[in-house]
Design a binder for this molecule. Structure first.
Ligand code: IDP
Length: 151
């Protein structure tokens, strides 16, 4: 099973979309194995978005992600890195299809409600940046045999 990192951004917390976003992942059959409401520091924001340091929107990015609390989560399931990214939708609002989170809730790239890891490497890096080992819970869901074809 694969794990990925996702984050409900401050705008989505303010718009009371936390439940809506988590519900989509739960209904898909994806398991939540880590979850926390937190206020990101400027330092953590800069680390998280390190790959964008040179981008013209970097300051706006750091300011936006620290503007209020976020909900950080670790999600587990088959191919969840790609699946969660597909469910989040495209970065550009005009490319984000209806039925995706961004397709349904976003009009501006700078207010795009959710972050999701874009590769195995970034998933590992981001999970470790936001969660201690003991904050990730290993457990089974009773529904797993109805979600996966198991050997
Ligand atoms: P992603 O979140 O879809 O993976 P990235 O290209 O990794 O997109 O960019 C990270 C974040 O930076 C985006 O989610 C968005 O909030 C912000 N961003 C990306 N491009 C722009 C832009 O052109 N203007 C303002 N913000 C941007």
């Amino acid at each position: 099973m694969e794990q990925t990192f996702a984050m409900v951004k401050p705008g989505a917390v303010q718009r009371e979309l936390i439940g809506e976003i988590i519900t989509r992942f739960e209904k898909k059959g994806i398991k939540l194995v880590g979850l926390k409401l937190m206020q990101m520091s400027e330092e953590l924001a800069k680390q998280h978005y390190a790959e964008h340091t040179e981008k013209p929107f970097f300051d706006e990015l750091v300011k936006g992600i620290t503007a209020g609390p976020v909900v950080a989560m670790v999600l587990e399931g088959e191919n969840v890195i790609n699946i969660v990214r597909t469910m989040a939708g495209a970065t550009r609002p005009s490319d984000a299809l209806p039925g995706t989170i961004r397709g349904d809730y976003v009009l501006d790239t700078g207010k795009n409600v959710i972050h999701t890891s874009d590769s195995k490497e970034s998933a590992i890096r981001e999970i470790n940046l936001f969660f201690k080992k003991e904050e990730i819970i290993n457990y089974s869901l009773a529904t797993e045999t109805w979600i996966y074809v198991l050997p």
